[in-house]
Design a protein around this ligand. Structure first.
Ligand code: FMN
Length: 167
């Protein structure tokens, strides 16, 4: 798929068909994860591509949305807040690194014709416990991955001039 088309195709999908994510698509998503840039190339992240029913159910008990449960897979991006590069003021950059990783996942999934939806509104400590993550690791974002069972409505947005200015 042409890159601009991938950008247009990626939308938040909140209903999924039960069909499994094909192995070739999982491999493409894994490559996209490997290619994600991180500060100082420290790669302070881990992606869990969850297809196991029991683990998926645990996640769905934490982020309670029926549409999440409808997805055949859930990708979780976790960051290492010690191992990551620190800003000049000392703040860890892990959130930024993990956001780039998640965006690589959502865009490569879109390139494979798959839907995703960024999710951050979950209780982090509960998600960490479900995945066996301990300090300095923390979950950052999750996304369902699967074939869309609905067509999202046109997305309202701010005026481009408000968001982007050539100066
Ligand atoms: C950092 C981030 C966190 C988000 N968290 C959630 C979430 O917890 N639940 C949800 O349903 N959507 C979540 N979204 C999806 C946004 O609502 C969605 O991206 C936005 O409305 C634009 O729609 P689009 O993705 O279809 O272009 C999140 C998106 C981002 C980028």
């Amino acid at each position: 798929m042409e890159f601009q088309e991938v950008l247009q195709k990626r939308r938040s999908i909140r209903s999924y068909k039960p069909d499994a994510v094909p192995a070739e698509a999982v491999a493409k998503i894994r490559t996209a994860v490997e290619l994600a840039p991180t500060a100082c190339n420290l790669q302070p992240f881990k992606v869990f591509f969850v297809t196991d029913k029991a683990v998926k159910e645990k996640i769905c008990r934490i982020y309670k949305a029926t549409w999440l449960a409808s997805a055949p897979a859930i990708a979780v991006v976790a960051g290492n807040y010690d191992e990551c590069w620190k800003r000049l003021e000392g703040d860890p950059i892990a959130d930024v690194d993990c956001a780039i990783v998640m965006e690589h996942i959502t865009l490569s999934a879109a390139d494979c014709g798959l839907g995703t939806c960024w999710i951050c509104a979950f209780p982090r400590a509960e998600m960490d416990a479900a995945l066996g993550l301990n300090k300095p690791w923390k979950s950052v974002a999750i996304t369902p991955v699967g074939y869309a069972d609905h067509q999202p409505k046109a997305r309202p947005g701010k005026d481009a001039a408000e968001l982007f200015e050539v100066i």
